[in-house]
Design a protein around this ligand. Structure first.
Ligand code: HEM
Length: 395
């Protein structure tokens, strides 16, 4: 397959990227790809080995201010670009350690009951309908309600987040992106001012205190971390739940297995993350210097992305990667990344995924897909793999 013909923005590619990857991976573990509005060379890692090597290599950096000091300054960077995901050590460590203690598996486990309550409420709300868009009715509200409660966003404001964060991660025209960014920022400004005056027992109030303390966090970093947690905290998990359900509905024998033994759900979530995970590509990295990598000459300033989806279907690491097997033994998938930027929210995402799928199968054991597979449309995003809608029949 000619790599130049790989159109990452086409519906045809999104319908089944795994077929494309299968053709490319054996010949091109790490190769140049064509991007929209390319200014720099863009490289993509397709094999597991190349993907892991990129994610762990300190010469691929995240901070655009270091990669392009003449073009990128503090003033022209959006706030999210100052969050932990887009900076390097020592800033990365400083920013991550501010919130890390709130996301440990032990802390997250304490949310189990509340997440289950939310999942049951959403399941009950669907009961009056026979057919629903599963994303709108169930997969979206659960993670957004959980992350908003966790960080301290009032429930009445939560609906606006769908619009804003979808615009921020989809390949839309710039006017949508700018508009969403501005609305999101002005909303946060008001909320932060409100919490400065009357702090509560939540993560935003805590981060404001750190910022006011003067030595841990700047104002723009404060905005950055809140925006990152909101966007990363739900865009991803929504699609773990929805892509996961789609995979189960299209593999009825696996669904039957899970229904017969609900304790398999923990393993099932790992396999669903690997098989059709919600984060198809890593975020951007930039070559700090020129060097040879996987036999290719990478130049200083080159753009590098990892196809996590391709790495997780690499037959060198996963036997029969195209087979969904919820009993697969311990999986070393890269759905949550690797290295210092490994997903902070992995314990939360896993717990939400488990509960959402379990509650759904208990409440609607007979649910089925209410559309042909070919009718399902995938979002055009260079990070997220997710459907625009997932119609399901509940009874
Ligand atoms: C199934 C759901 C999720 C998946 C598949 C996922 C995946 C990822 C991946 C692949 C990265 C690394 C990206 C890179 O290195 O370029 C990442 C980072 C991150 N994720 Fe998640 N994520 C999920 C859910 C969450 C949730 C619920 C949160 C909320 C707290 C979250 C917060 C973060 C943060 C803060 C980072 C940046 C970590 C750092 O830079 O040190 N994620 N995630």
């Amino acid at each position: 397959m000619n790599i130049k013909s790989l159109d990452l923005f086409s519906q045809q590619f999104h319908q089944n990227p795994y077929d494309y990857y299968e053709k490319i991976r054996p010949h091109q573990p790490f190769a140049k790809v064509k991007m929209l509005n390319d200014v720099h060379n863009t490289w993509m890692a397709f094999t597991y080995k190349a993907a892991e090597a990129v994610l762990k290599d300190k010469r691929f950096i995240k901070d655009m201010r270091t990669a392009f000091p003449d073009e990128m300054t503090d003033e022209n960077l959006p706030p999210m670009a100052r969050s932990m995901l887009f900076v390097d050590p020592p800033d990365h460590h400083r920013l991550r350690s501010l919130v890390q203690s709130g996301f440990t598996p032990k802390k997250i486990e304490k949310l189990r009951e509340r997440i289950e309550e939310i999942a049951r409420e959403q399941a009950t709300l669907m009961r009056s309908k026979e057919t629903v868009d599963f994303i709108k009715a169930y997969a979206f509200p659960i993670p957004i309600r959980v992350i908003c409660e966790l960080i301290g966003i009032p429930s009445e404001d939560q609906l606006d987040f769908q619009r804003w964060s979808t615009a921020l991660v989809d390949v839309n025209d710039d006017s949508h992106y700018d508009e969403a960014n501005m609305e999101f920022m002005s909303y946060l400004e008001k909320l932060i001012e409100q919490k400065r005056v009357s702090p509560e027992e939540d993560l935003i109030s805590y981060l404001i205190q750190v910022e006011e303390g003067g030595d841990g966090l700047t104002v723009s970093e404060l905005y950055g971390v809140i925006m990152l947690l909101i966007v990363a905290g739900h865009e991803t998990t929504v699609n773990l739940i929805a892509n996961g359900l789609l995979a189960l509905l299209t593999h009825p024998e696996q669904l039957t297995l899970l229904k017969a033994d609900p304790s398999l759900v923990v393993q099932a979530i790992e396999e669903l993350l690997r098989f059709n995970g919600p984060v198809e590509f890593s975020t951007d990295r930039w070559a700090k210097e020129s060097f040879t990598f996987m036999g290719q000459q990478v130049e200083k300033g080159d753009h590098v992305i990892v196809s996590l989806a391709s790495a997780d279907h690499d037959p060198e690491v996963f036997a029969n990667p195209g087979t969904l097997d919820i009993t697969r033994e311990k999986s070393s998938h890269l759905a949550f990344g690797k290295g210092i930027h490994y997903c902070l929210g992995a314990p939360l995402a896993r717990l939400e995924g488990e509960i959402a799928i379990q509650v759904l199968l208990e409440e609607y054991p007979n649910l089925t897909l209410a559309a042909e597979l070919s009718e399902l449309e995938w979002r055009q995003s260079l990070i997220i793999r997710g459907l625009k809608q997932l119609p399901v029949k509940l009874f």
